[in-house]
Design a protein around this ligand. Sequence first.
Ligand code: ARG
Length: 463
Amino acid sequence: MSDSSSNQMWGGRFAAGPDAIMEAINASIGFDQRLAAQDIAGSRAHAAMLAAQGIISDSDAEAIRKGLLTVLSEIETGEFRFSTALEDIHMNVEARLKEVIGAPAGRLHTGRSRNDQVATDFRLWVRDQLDAAESGLQALMRALLAQAEAGAAWVMPGFTHLQTAQPVTWGHHMMAYVEMFSRDLDRVRDARARMNQSPLGAAALAGTGFAIDRHMTAEALGFDRPMANSLDAVSARDFALEFLGVASISAMHLSRFAEELVIWSSAQFRFVTLSDRFSTGSSIMPQKKNPDAAELIRAKIGRIFGANVALMMVMKGLPLAYSKDMQEDKEQVFDAADNWMLALAAMEGMVGDMTANVPALEAAASAGFSTATDLADWLVRETGLPFREAHHVTGALVGLAERKDCDLPELTLAEMQQVHGAITRDVFDVLGVHNSVASRTSYGGTAPARVREQVAAWKEVLG
Ligand code: ARG
């Protein structure tokens, strides 16, 4: 056998153990121990299949099964001592299995390689995260729906260029995010469906001469089918990239909403009050209540999209099949997943707890001549003016109100008629913000009636 200081897994042809720096750059156990449960699940499926195919004996398979459960419980209780010399989770588990059950442990690695093993473990881990993201997104959507239902008719300013544009309803604004997060949810489901194929049994890269049953292990691990090409199976990381892509888009959505909450909770806007549970104070300014959770959610896109870019750069230019570069996939995905889940949960908590300041929303909705478009539309409808001319007349009325330092509904009928003779008293009906939003009944529009339909439809979907 080899020198005692060489690696017990692959040290057969090596005379000495690795340099300390080599060990430091090579080892992944510091982070891939997060794959322990998946690694053991994969090994259990593999051992059961080897026995079913008559490749190992039933008694060895049983010893392996029991031993793996012992190792798993040692890891779960924190007794397990991870070793950097054993590089990664795969070799740490297998070495401990050997200590626990002896010789049969050496038969587990028949017809597989760490290359298909790590690809399998990582797919299982990412799949769990997609499932967690699905729950997190649904919970957030439910919190938004509750806000939308409560405030289907509350008016607030709608903005373009962050300038007051037209009045909208609070419920409509909340439902815009429900739509965005629902597309994230669709992307999560699409990604899951695409990635749910098993690499296990691809072995190092070329498959194996052992009569393994890849369909059996795929099924045992909840995969839809085995991956069809062994080279692809061990070298594909687009499932991880797709996860990061979906996470990045979702984090971008979270960041946009977080930015709105930061603005809305400011003393200048006062559209919402965030709960104490999701705010912090200042150590020097006693009056302050800071929207830290929203700010941190706003920032999370940085690391999540950063992970996406980092893994894309790791993968570009790698020839088939496995290269050690791919060990750099995990920390990026772990960090992005942790922070995406945290951001989803924090946003759900904040949305659930926040209180809209309805009078402030309504006052802001009325300011800034927000019903000028309604006035122009009225002129088109009631006086037959072409829209371009109506736009011009409305502009003159806005100018007049600006000079008088008042809002449009505060102009007198006489003042309006001086600008355009065909204007009648009825115009005042459309100048109020409630009438304005109630009139926008086109499909997808902001009218409370339309918002309530959307809320009802989504409640049906989300249960
Ligand atoms: N720790 C490795 C990784 O994360 C496992 C696969 C190692 N395979 C190999 N041929 N060295 O990628």
